[in-house]
Ligand binder design. Sequence first.
Ligand SMILES: [Zn+2]
Length: 259
Amino acid sequence: MSALPAIVAAIYGLFFGSFLNVVIYRAPRGESVAFPASHCPSCDHALRVWENVPLLSWLALRGRCSHCAAPISSRYPIVEAMTAALFALTALVYGVTWEGAAVAVLAATLVAVVFIDLDHLLILDVVLIPAALVGIASALASAATHGPRIGEALLGCVVCAAIFGVLYLATRGAGMGLGDVKLAAVLGLYLGVELGLAASLAAFVVGSILLVPALIVGGRRRRDAVPFGPFLVVAALAALYVPDVISWPFHLGRLPFGT
Ligand SMILES: [Zn+2]
């Protein structure tokens, strides 16, 4: 297998990650992602082209603004590198296909979801909606080649939303937010019923293992101060890229799109 598609996907991922940094910062603040152009948050210095190259600029500037020398968060290159890695992985697992493009859109969305949830305890509709539309379009398109996919996608959406919806209602929003329910619904569109269930279960297991000690150590911290989104995202990424690992209790061992 040629490594070229993965390398090209990684380069796309670097630039997409650069855009995600803008989304992660501006979307929760209700700002436009298009205007104004990127600028230093400390001194408003507008970034020149060479200062806005993903990953490389941060390294070349040694993490400081060229104008005021204010530190630039390492979050920026981390988001770019993560997106590049996920895009490369998508190309390796799904190949250069429409399904691969859809998975890349979902993966990029999940990167934004994680960091916005960590910062603000929010999962925004405006971030989820594009992935939901692409998920539906992809399910409709793959119906032509892989049988009736849209039915399974919609069922996965309903089942995953129902699981988290019941928990949301049962805990009166203290355990998880409505955003987690919506995120689960979008993931269900991509994963279908079986992998969606496997990912939901894995998110609870990973969440319990990591959160229970944190709550004990943290004492009486409010339960709703813990973002659940990142656990769902980790489980979903596992379901997308190593489905046989996440679904071993169910013996599924296949990719969500049946490719
Ligand atoms: Zn500056």
